[in-house]
Design a protein around this ligand. Sequence first.
Ligand code: SAH
Ligand code: SF4
Length: 362
Amino acid sequence: MHPICVTLPTMAKVDLKQLSFKELDAFVLKLGWKKYRAQQLRDWIYRKRVSRFDAMTNLSKPDRDLLESRAVIGCLDLMRHQRSEDGTQKFLFRLSDGQAIESVLIPDEDRHTLCISTQVGCTLDCRFCLTGTMGLIRNLKAHEIVDQVLWMQNRMEPDQHLTNVVLMGMGEPLANYREVTEALTRLTHPKMVGWPPRRITLSTSGLVPQIKKLGESGLNVNLAVSLNATTDAVRNRVMPKVNKHYPLESLLSACRDYPLPPRRRIFFEYVLLKGVNDTEADACRLLRLLKGIPCKVNLIPFNDYPGAPFGRPDDETVLEFQKILIEGHLTAFIRKSRGRDILAACGQLRTEAAANRLPVSS
Ligand code: SAH
Ligand code: SF4
């Protein structure tokens, strides 16, 4: 929403979380306040994460009343909460237009990783991914992306805190470039959420022009690329839309040119699909394709869902694939499938438009 709206008495109240850094400055000036007040508001919203003006104790009562009459602080609406046997938790949120998204919290020893969504559904149609079957319903706005993090920070136990944020939930982040990069700006800005960029990972299926733009943006978050095949023939089959536009050669060339901060590497994700891309020949080709790129590989054994057209390779095949990569001097991990029993693992997120509240359980 443009800040000019707040000057018109008939307009609806402005949601301060929807405003960018500059827009919040402008909002405060329009109220006739000094600019430093904008920073006070940012501290309350992004650091102390309050949702009510009467909690803003360094503002006078008349100032809080003025804010109350002109603005609100929006917040995601939790509709359903599920907990997996392995401790993974899935949260279904309702957005203001009745659409729904999911975020997943993955505890692991001393880490708590939050996997967030960037679109309702997805622009792309990767054949192994349940989100892909939804099509694109809409892009998320920057504040809806940031709010998944703020909401979860508020929810953590006092002795716990989020350690990592991954843009690996619903949607293709780089297909929603403007809002996603605005969200990353707010998350990493020292005067907003102030999250260290090295603790944020953006995963893309491989939109080459946007990968280049992201590299030039100076945002410095980690880049993960979902490769998932070692030949164009197989990639066209499993990721038809993206590979048609950006085949392997163009994708890997963008990765080679990607400006990495010192000691950083690109992560390549590789979903292992039984009998499709899990052979010894694939592992050897993968080694050749990634030669010279500072990287790590995450192998993700396919996570099943009802009606899935692929199978999950057995553990032996997965270990053998990893062994070939390691022997070829690539760093390769097998990603544990977390939360499969509640459909919270990679590629298992899917929501219905959800105007009605479902029971919230813990
Ligand atoms: N759109 C982005 C981020 C969301 S998908 C991307 O494609 O990278 C996050 C990860 O889940 C990707 O690496 C994707 O390849 C993987 N994935 C999708 N469906 C999966 C499934 N059924 N099993 C395992 N991993 C899957
Ligand atoms: Fe979209 Fe990623 Fe799923 Fe492909 S794997 S359909 S890009 S969410």
